[in-house]
Design a protein around this ligand. Structure first.
Ligand code: GRF
Length: 196
């Protein structure tokens, strides 16, 4: 059984979608640990409610030690706002998954998080946006793409409405990507993900 750590910083609605999909048997893995970069993240409450160990860790060396101590196989960044250290990225090469609320390579990289992403997309007048799940590399939002799904954007949408629509998709494709990982269906060849 794949042992998963979910890293969060905020509300944790993506964490909740993972918890639900482990519970209903869709994901063949176990969420052993939830780590928050902030002590007040609501996601910690969600972990607690689900009976999952939840910790607030800010130091990346301490984080790596904890991940190793817990024998974590897969790390999922679900709204994690801290920068993951190069050491962790190397140690967990192609074993860290991130969810980003745009169609990468649009509206991603440094500074593109939360509502900033949707504001920039609206400002540019995009007709579609969406969400991307990818493996994490040293380049921010630059690792191999696992899954993407789009939404239509209408003239009367606000960034907040777009965020809500995109979140609905996130809650579908993040559990799907984690399921594929746990079922050993993901292979990275030449920096591209092949779904077996
Ligand atoms: C999501 O939009 C995710 O794509 C981004 O941060 C947000 C986290 O939302 N990385 P939540 O905490 O899962 O509700």
């Amino acid at each position: 059984m794949v042992k998963i750590a979910v890293l969060i910083s905020g509300s944790g609605s993506n964490l909740q979608s993972l918890i639900d999909n482990v519970r209903n048997g869709y994901i063949n893995g176990e969420i052993k640990l939830v780590v928050s970069s902030s002590p007040s993240a609501y996601g910690l409450q969600r972990a607690n409610d689900a009976g999952i160990k939840g910790l607030c860790i800010k130091d990346q060396n301490e984080l790596l030690k904890t991940l190793k101590d817990e024998n974590i196989d897969l790390i999922v960044l679900a709204g994690y706002l801290a920068i993951v250290s190069s050491e962790i990225i190397h140690e967990y090469h192609n074993r860290i998954i991130n969810i980003h609320p745009s169609l990468i390579p649009s509206f991603c990289g440094k500074g593109f998080y939360g509502l900033h992403v949707h504001k920039a997309a609206m400002k540019r007048g995009v007709k579609v946006s969406g969400a991307t799940v990818h493996f994490v590399s040293e380049e921010v939002d630059g690792g191999p793409i696992i899954l993407q799904e789009s939404i239509d954007v209408s003239d009367c949408d606000t960034p907040e409405m777009m965020q809500k629509k995109v979140l609905t998709i996130e809650h579908k494709i993040l559990p799907k990507a984690v399921k594929l990982y746990c079922d050993n269906k993901l292979e990275v060849i030449d920096e591209r993900v092949k779904i077996k």
